[in-house]
Design a protein around this ligand. Structure first.
Ligand code: ADP
Ligand code: MG
Length: 469
């Protein structure tokens, strides 16, 4: 028989006491802000005979967020007090105990009650994140890899209203390639030239956070309402909502409503809508509805151009051309790292008071250069693996399924996943346009084989070592 202890406010059961203790520690463990937004409304409903504790959360959103982000730590905290707790379950439900400041029966439009801690719905601009003053069009260096994205961004910024065919404008590319820079540049441009137009820029994470908070404080209507007065909405890093079904749903509705109201939307992500995993098909297709512009990896010329433009703005700094070329040649990962390298070299020279030379640059950036050197490309891997198994490099791109080529191809895919920072879809493309699931399957298969055959595992270890040297 399963005994379930129901906790009621009338009796101070051991569970009530336990929850008071654990709840009381949460602000310190997670921070005030997190506690107030997510953890305060939780309550402990019961602990059953199997030792499974059931917590309640007031809404789907809060439940999902807490489950994804904080549940592990909460479980650990509960176990500290009651080691026999076998697991923790999070369900949607009314709190068993009323928190002193809250009234579970407050109606939906009772906004007053949420008081000072609620989302500020009065001023939509308030919701926008800060814009970086350096991220302007003037400071953006255009080259082949980013020219389409840049042109589209300019177009949207300069148009007085919605640009048909560019709604939404979807910018995508790897980290540090200038997505956020372009979005801020659009916002700056509109603010400067048509200040009457309202622009909101938000990370997808912040958007979700605000939205969930609004629901928590029963202000979701007001939250949606405030977008009505907005002309341009930008959501950065939309991949953040992948896999979060209920938040996606809300995002989708807001998104559709805005497009219907003829608002300009600008979205960024780390991959194209069609490559986004964990996003519902209709959301994905809607994201790709307007213009999808990608930012490619930087070229040597673009890196050089970016460095020169940055150096020009640093007054009184002399950097030999040789050093600039060296940096553009060696720091290939992304623009953020390139900027970081330049800043380090300049800071060092300024602090120590010595001129910048190739030698001092190599010295200052030793660790960074080593990391960039160690980076293996997919092409290197394909070449090495093909040589090792004595097949043609072109077999890496082919669709031939004979074992003699299919297995080495899987090995190369596996090593690409392991040794590079490329995503599954990117890897798939480099292998003759294969689907990301094919790559995923290859990785799994090779891992299985490594576990089963020692000789095979040693073979791969050897290949890995050769590629890393
Ligand atoms: P992302 O959002 O794509 O990760 P960011 O927009 O944050 O990348 O860019 C990273 C850094 O590189 C920023 O400091 C940005 O100003 C700079 N940057 C990126 N691309 C360019 C460019 N084409 N010209 C000048 N600076 C750039
Ligand atoms: Mg960014």
């Amino acid at each position: 028989m399963v005994m379930t202890a129901q906790i009621s406010p009338a009796h101070a059961t051991p569970e009530t006491q336990l929850w008071e203790q654990v709840h009381g520690q949460m602000p310190k463990v997670f921070g005030e802000a997190v506690y107030r937004s997510w953890l305060k409304p939780l309550s402990l409903k019961s602990i059953d005979a199997q030792g499974v504790a059931t917590l309640t959360a007031p809404t789907r959103f809060i439940r999902e967020w807490v489950a994804n982000n904080y549940l592990q730590e909460i479980t650990r905290m509960l176990r500290e007090h009651v080691p026999s707790i076998a697991g923790v379950e999070l369900v949607i439900g009314k709190p068993a105990m009323k928190a002193p400041s809250e009234d579970a029966s407050s109606s939906d439009n009772d906004n007053q009650r949420a008081g000072a801690s609620s989302v500020d719905v009065a001023d939509p601009q308030q919701m926008s994140a800060q814009l970086d003053p350096r991220f302007t069009f003037e400071n953006f260096v255009v080259g082949k890899p980013n020219e389409l994205a840049h042109a589209a961004a300019r177009r949207v910024a300069e148009a007085g209203g919605v640009v048909q065919g560019c709604n939404p404008l979807f910018l995508y590319g790897g980290v540090g390639l200038g997505k956020t820079h372009l979005m801020h540049a659009i916002a700056w441009h509109i603010q400067r030239n048509t200040p009457e137009r309202k622009v909101i820029y938000l990370s997808a994470e912040k958007f979700m956070y605000q939205f969930i908070r609004a629901i928590r404080f029963k202000e979701s209507l007001a939250f949606k309402e405030q977008f009505r007065s907005v002309d341009v909405l930008m959501i950065d890093d939309v991949q953040f909502i992948s896999g979060k079904d209920s938040t996606q749903e809300e995002f989708f509705h807001t998104f559709n409503a805005l497009v219907d109201q003829n608002k300009q939307l600008i979205i960024s992500g780390d991959r194209s809508p069609s490559d986004m995993d964990g996003i519902e098909e209709r959301v994905r297709s809607r994201l790709g509805w307007g213009l999808v512009a990608d930012i490619h990896a930087t070229s040597y010329e673009l890196r050089l151009g970016i460095l020169e433009s940055k150096i020009e703005k640093m007054q009184g700094i002399e950097i030999p051309q040789k050093v600039t070329e060296f940096l553009a040649h060696k720091i290939t990962s992304n623009v953020r790292e390139l900027e970081g390298a330049l800043n380090r070299v300049v800071a060092h020279a300024t602090l120590v008071g010595t001129p910048i030379t190739l030698e001092s640059t190599q010295e200052v950036l030793r660790d960074l250069l080593r990391a960039n050197d160690r980076r293996v490309s997919i092409e290197d891997i394909q070449k090495q693996v093909a040589a090792h198994y004595n097949i043609k490099i072109s077999d890496m791109h082919s669709a031939r399924r004979s074992r003699a080529v299919a297995r080495p191809r899987q090995v190369a895919m596996y090593l690409s996943k392991k040794l590079t920072s490329k995503s599954l879809p990117e890897i798939g493309r480099k292998f003759g346009g294969k689907d990301h699931t094919t790559v995923m399957h290859a990785v799994k298969r090779i891992e299985e084989l490594m576990g089963a055959e020692r000789e095979f595992a040693e073979d791969l270890e050897l290949l890995t070592k050769m590629l890393q040297n």
